[in-house]
Design a protein around this ligand. Sequence first.
Ligand code: NAG
Length: 319
Amino acid sequence: MIVSLILISAVPLSILTSLELSITRNPGIIQYRSHGWLRECAKWDSIHQRFLVSTMFDAGIAAIDIGKVQMEEKVMLRETDMAGNASLGITIDEDRRQIIVVFADVVGHKHSAVAAYDLDTWERNYITHLRGVEEGKEEEGVTMADDVAIDSNGNAYVTDTISNEIWKLDSKGNLLTKIRNQAFKQTNGLFSNLIGLNGIVYHPDGYLLVIHTIGGDLFKVDVTTEDVKVVEIIDGSSLKMGDGLVLLSPNQLVVVAATSVKLLESLDGWKTSKVTKIHRSGPMHRVATSGTVRDGKVYISYIVGGGFPRTHVITEAVF
Ligand SMILES: *[C@@H]1O[C@H](CO)[C@@H](O)[C@H](O)[C@H]1NC(C)=O
């Protein structure tokens, strides 16, 4: 995300203007009016047939009801207990009709939290403040919670993109452990851990798939044994700058990066994988960060808003 903002500030204004025009002319793009410049993550809420987006610096969530001629975001949540922090990764827990939201202090890296809200009433089911956990006692230090996945029992897994660890919470929001592994830490270069563990999804066979943004490693993490393996990318493709992940089917994973969206397939339970398709047609200057599945199709969301009046876009990734 931080890197994404550096990328966008390097694009000359004239190019930006023509890229913006290409959005206006593309009827396939879902475009909605918004009151903010930055929107981190969008997920499809199939129960209510709407996209939910994290609105970042107001620690909120907004809804976009699709199908209207003029789509506009509607504020559903502002977490006043997390004022000054940003809402980042979200995931929809359909079984429990709730949304899980990650919050973090993206500037000072002093605070991280994860919370769950009822998808119908927006009542808060839990909020848990996250720090490290060392032998039962909390430790202080810099953290930045980034993205979240839930397993079939409602346990939540939250990536810490600075310490390269994964918090695990039970379905009531109690902090159980922090999954640590030397393999999560990159060793090649000073900035190699600047943005570490980021996008995360739960695979129905009992493991997590997690991407390390700068290093480009895709990890398979067994949630029972906490065993960690690097998924071997047999075609030699790089997943560097990979951000959001989407599990399209048990054998298909989408890796969203600012520059391209890659479709990976695995035929051996994510021991090895290869990139089978690449999608490049999104408005690149808006900087893709996350993806979601709606009616079997993949939709990509972008962090940066633009235009007048200000809009954000969500596009379908056709592979
Ligand atoms: C983030 O939220 C925590 C918990 O409410 C609060 O203590 C902290 O001051 C907030 N951070 C910022 C930068 O405002």
